[in-house]
Every structure is written in C-alpha cells, then in structure tokens.
Write a protein that binds this ligand. Structure first.
Ligand code: DP6
Length: 345
C-alpha cells in the first residue's frame, strides 16, 4: 500500500520583521514577528507526501526536479515528524509503522520565480503540514509550526492564514517559540497586498548569513530588539484587532525601515534595497501625503522587491500612481522604463 496526503501553504510577508537568531540550529529568533499570509489560492506551494514500506529512500521533487533531502534543516523536520508518528504508533499498535518507512515528496510553487519571493516559508510549511497529515498527527497548528520553524524561521508563520504572530519564546529548547493566530483573514478581508518586482535576480546575501552578520556587528540591532520591537509587537496586534489601517501601515513602514537600517549598520554593511526600492518608498509617502490619509504601506524583505499593503477600496488610487510613475515613464524619473517593474496583485 502507498499512503498519500497533500496540502497547500501560502506565502507570508512579515510586517514586523524577524531578523536575528539566538539559536542557529533551532532557528530561535531574537525578536517576535508578525506577518500577513497571502490568500490560499494566490501565491502558494502545493506539496504531496507519500510513504510505503516498499520505498527505498527519501526523495523530493521540487518543481519537477529531483532535489536532495540531505540539508540539515530538512532532516531536522523529517526527524521531528517521524518521532511524533512513532509516539502515536506506540499508543496505537494497530497503526501502520509509517515512522520507519521512506517518504516521497512532490512540491510545486504556483508563483513565477520572477516574483523574487523567498519560497522557503511556503515550502517548509507545506512540507511539514503534508507529512503531518499523512501521519495523522493530532498536534495543533502551533505545535506543528515549531517543526516548520526548524526548516526556515519564517515558515512557522505560514501554518496560519490571515494575521499571524511568531512568539519568540524564551526556552532554550524552542518549546515556546511558535506561531499563533492574531486574527483570521475574514477579520479584515479588505486588506490587499501587491508585489512590485524590482529585480528577479537572486539576492546577494542570503537571509540566514545576513542576520548572523547583523547580530554580530550592528550596534543599532541591540536597540531594535530591546527597545523598539517588543513595543511595536503589541501595537501592531492592537492595530490589526481594531482594523486601524493608518496605524498598521505606519508600524509596517517603520519596521521595514528599522530592519534595513540594521542591515546598513552591519559592518561591512548589507544593502538589500536599491534606487528603485527607495523611489517606491518615496512614492508611497507622496501618495499618502497627496490623499492626506494613509492609504498604502510598503515593506521590503532581504531583497529590493516591495510588497505594498492597502485596503481594497483604495486599490485604484494606489495603482494609478504606481502605473503613472513606473510604467508610463512620465513625470517622476525618466530612468525607469516599463521593464523596471512587474506588478503582481
Ligand atoms: C527578511 O525565514 O528566510 O524575510 O530562518 O534563516 O530560514 P531562516 O530565515 P528566513 O528569514 C526571513 C527574513 C525576512 C523577515 C521575515 O520574514 O520576518
């Protein structure tokens, strides 16, 4: 017999950034973070897992190509899942001994590589959820998020839809470092995200080494994790609960700026944003000033691409400006041609 299970996991974009680890092997962060998960049928990874006593080795096909499952992070996740399954089998001796069998995994992203999105969050979340379904594990989503976290920190947040917090925790073994729901998507369904692709090129400093470098060399980083983020974490949850877009947007923009400031304060500095990214920042502030109301927020991860957040009712207003400036090549800066920006919304 071959047993199978499938799942999808969506991409999540942090509005309060995870940047810094207190434990590199367990992916334990130096601060709590918050994200918005994109809609299920939007940008997502679809993963199927199969197991059988007839399989000879663990195998992974990623976007149609056979890939190695050897990485320490992936092995960590598989081991944890097998341990939970073994526990379940010990309690119910009639269950098939899947914990001892090899796994075949097929995983596909539905978003173009050109979106320049780190796919590790959706990828690890889908991997861990597909196998926990296959194993029929009784653990809650928060419990399973701790396993996804070991694959990639930000992956733990893709276990939930809507508005999600990753609570950093304090335990050395990571037992309290997990994702929790702040609010479901339908609490604030008017929220929209658009990805402005500035460059589809691979980022120069991967986030894992980038954050280690910042932790080790930036003075500003200490200030951020001690005095800035803990307060902002509470304020952002409040803004989400009360659907206060102006407050949510300001906190999101400030946090993106603060994270990139610590990158710049690393020594030697790390540059993720480029001239086009900075033009987008200025433009968003100009749009908000023009309407005399906060209608759009930007945020940047470890690369030059922007993610904009806005409410559905303001989509036309925001997009009109973006197209005017970046796609018609008029008025703003003649340096930008149509090819400079691709918009996914
Ligand atoms: C800037 O989750 O990719 O996107 O834990 O080393 O896999 P690892 O890092 P990763 O880092 C994400 C960093 C970020 C901010 C965020 O998503 O919170």
């Amino acid at each position: 017999t071959i047993f199978t299970a499938s799942t999808t996991a969506p991409v999540n974009i942090a509005t309060l950034k995870y940047w810094g680890k207190r434990d590199k092997t367990l992916n334990l962060p130096t601060n709590s973070s918050i994200s918005v998960t994109l809609a299920q049928n939007d940008l997502r990874t679809l993963t199927s897992a199969a197991t059988s006593e007839r399989f000879d080795e663990d195998q992974l096909w990623l976007n149609g190509k056979l890939e190695s499952l050897e990485s320490e992070r992936t092995q960590h996740c598989l081991q944890d899942l097998r341990d939970l399954r073994a526990k379940l089998e010990a309690q119910n001796p009639s269950l098939p001994s899947m914990s001892k069998w090899k796994l075949h995994i097929v995983s596909e992203n539905n978003f173009p590589t050109a979106a320049g999105l780190a796919s590790s969050a959706a990828g690890f979340a889908a991997l861990v959820v597909a196998i926990s379904k296959l194993y029929q594990l009784p653990e809650s989503a928060s419990e399973i998020s701790k396993i996804a976290r070991k694959g990639s920190g930000s992956a733990c947040r893709s276990l939930f839809g809507g508005y999600v917090a990753w609570e950093m925790g304090t335990a050395a073994d990571g037992s309290d470092s997990k994702a929790v729901e702040v609010a479901p998507q339908d609490h604030w369904p008017e929220m929209k995200a658009a990805i402005l692709v500035v460059s589809a090129a691979k980022k120069d400093t991967p986030s894992t080494s980038g954050m280690q470098h910042t932790v080790g060399t930036s003075d500003l980083f200490q200030e951020r994790i001690t005095n800035v983020v803990p307060k902002r974490f509470e304020e952002m949850k409040q803004a989400i609960w009360s659907r206060d877009f102006a407050q949510f947007a300001e906190l999101t923009m400030r946090d993106s700026n603060s994270f990139h400031a610590t990158c710049l304060d690393s020594y030697p500095p790390i540059f993720y944003m480029n001239d086009t990214s900075r033009q987008i920042v200025k433009l968003c502030h100009q749009i908000n000033a023009f309407f005399d109301e906060v209608v759009v927020a930007y945020t940047f991860d470890a690369g030059p691409n922007a993610v904009l957040y806005y409410l559905q009712e303001n989509e036309t207003k925001v997009m009109a400006f973006i197209h005017q400036v970046f796609q018609q090549n008029s008025g703003w800066d003649s340096k930008f041609s149509k090819q400079d920006l691709e918009v996914f919304s």
